[in-house]
Design a protein around this ligand. Structure first.
Ligand code: SAM
Ligand code: SF4
Length: 467
């Protein structure tokens, strides 16, 4: 839940920072020994992976990291130390592409100086329309989309692979948390979104394949599994639906969460399961995008705000202590002041615990990019801040209700702070908590919540040792 931390001081177009934040530093490799060392002139070859975008991209990077490691590369953090640089990219908003261009420019220079040997562009931009132009302009050696990231294996000297998601190539095996992809692509056609064109139509991973990966992860020490997909609740197989899969996964893994869900697919029984099943984190991320039915129609979201409100009622009823977050776009073409008021009303009614608020960004090839009725920048900025403020108020109000409660806290990021005794954890209700402990990530501590801010709770000294 580090996503909550920077809600108010975020940059221009997005409020909230998380895995969706751009340019996250590479995650360390799992500590397993490498098969062999790839060498360049007698020394070990090096690779640097830079990830831009959402959890899906972080997960794709994890899998590519495994391939590179298996090929014997050592991972480095700086471009200038790398023989191979992989930029795994996001395409959802225009500023993401601009940022990647900046990195490509720098890499092109380093290549000319002989410091970087090869550059690979992967992920959503690799699958997008600009990919070929970028390849030519910056002399990129390998361009892969989101469907064929497995081709990186051959590029780094491993035997070819035919499939992207296999239990043989899990994300972060051996780490305390892991992402498990259950579906790729998306069958919706939201007016503003490039995902269907870069990630293709929905493909659901077979249940047995998912369960096998989860079992292996748990056996190798994973304590927290997040199921991933653009619309996870659209997952289905032979009459079984997402709720059935979730239940099976929650029977195997000790802690489970999922993202992202779509209001049209969300079943009430899934919402009730969140409340019933001990191993499920009581946190729901359900993007609404707008509170106005007129805008939801223009966006082709396929539901009205009334359906969304009903789903939230079921969730709040089934999971009274749970946390609810959403995505909202402001300034989509044709959004009027009345539409904006309806979004503010929905924000008030739903009492969100957190939200990503995005200013509309026109994406080449999407319907919205061609629509008349552009919202002027200063109007979009004002609406953006108004929605943000409303979210912060409701988050702060709800967080304060946790003061005084004693919580079991899962340590997500441990050993931080100057003395290594600060940690960021997560309660079962899905709240982010700062806690003073030197507990390792993946452990639990129990502590009392002393204070609360709009984005995070603060706990006192834990009772007893970590578990
Ligand atoms: N599949 C998820 C869903 O439908 O809710 C989310 C996918 S998208 C990668 C994540 C979020 O980015 C969306 O929920 C939307 O709020 C935002 N987004 C997508 N395209 C956008 C655009 N062109 N401009 C601004 N925000 C955008
Ligand atoms: Fe994009 Fe809509 Fe699909 Fe989400 S549901 S990925 S916003 S097209």
């Amino acid at each position: 839940m580090s996503r909550r931390k920077n809600m108010s001081n975020e940059a221009e177009n997005t409020a909230h920072a998380t895995g969706k934040d751009l340019g996250a530093p590479p995650i360390l490799l799992t500590k397993k020994p490498t098969r062999a060392r790839a060498s360049a002139g007698g020394r070990t070859k090096t690779a640097c992976i830079r990830t831009f975008g959402c959890q899906m991209n972080v997960h794709d990077s994890d899998r590519m990291r495994r391939m590179i490691r298996d090929a014997g590369y050592a991972e480095v953090l700086r471009y200038e130390d790398a023989d191979l640089v992989v930029l795994n990219t996001c395409y959802v908003r225009e500023n993401a592409v601009d940022r990647v261009r900046g990195h490509l420019g720098e890499l092109n220079r380093l290549k000319k100086e002989g410091r970087v040997k090869k550059v690979a562009l992967t992920g959503c931009i690799g699958a997008g329309q600009e990919a070929r132009d970028l390849e030519r302009a910056y002399g990129i050696d390998l361009v892969l989309g989101t469907h064929n990231t497995y081709e990186l294996a051959q590029f780094v000297g491993l035997p070819g692979m035919e499939e992207t998601f296999t239990p043989e190539l899990p994300g972060t095996e051996g780490e305390h948390t892991a992402f498990v992809t259950i579906m790729t692509g998306c069958n919706y056609q939201c007016s503003y979104c490039v995902v269907p064109s870069v990630r293709g139509r929905m493909v659901c991973r077979p249940m047995e394949n998912v369960l096998l990966e989860v079992r292996r992860l748990v056996e190798s020490g994973t304590r927290y599994v997040t199921l991933l997909g653009q619309t996870v609740d659209a997952w289905r197989e032979d009459g079984r639906r997402f709720c059935d899969l979730l239940q099976r996964v929650a029977d195997i893994a000790p802690r489970v969460w999922f993202t992202t869900s779509h209001p049209s697919n969300m079943e009430d029984r899934t919402l009730r399961l969140i409340g019933q099943k001990d191993t499920l984190v009581k946190r729901l991320h359900l993007p609404v995008q707008s509170g106005s039915d007129r805008m939801l129609k223009i966006m082709h979201r396929g539901y009205k705000s009334e359906r969304y409100r009903r789903k939230i009622e079921v969730f709040r009823d089934a999971v009274p202590d749970g946390t609810l977050s959403t995505d909202i776009i402001v300034g989509h073409p044709r959004e009027t002041e009345g539409d904006h008021e309806e979004t503010l009303k929905l924000v008030e009614d739903c009492s969100f615990d957190a939200a990503y608020v995005f200013k509309f960004s026109p994406r080449r090839g999407t319907e919205a990019a061609e629509l008349p009725g552009t919202v002027p920048e200063e109007v979009a900025q004002r609406r953006f801040l108004e929605v943000l403020r409303a979210i912060e108020q409701s988050a702060f109000r709800r967080n304060r209700r946790k003061i005084g409660s004693v919580e079991e806290i899962y340590i997500r990021h441990g050993r931080t702070g100057e003395d290594g005794k600060a940690a960021v954890g997560e309660t079962w209700s899905g709240h982010a908590v700062h806690v003073v402990t030197d507990a390792e990530p993946g452990r639990y501590v129990t502590a009392k919540i002393e204070t609360a801010g709009p984005h995070v709770l603060y706990a006192g000294v834990p009772f007893g040792p970590p578990r």
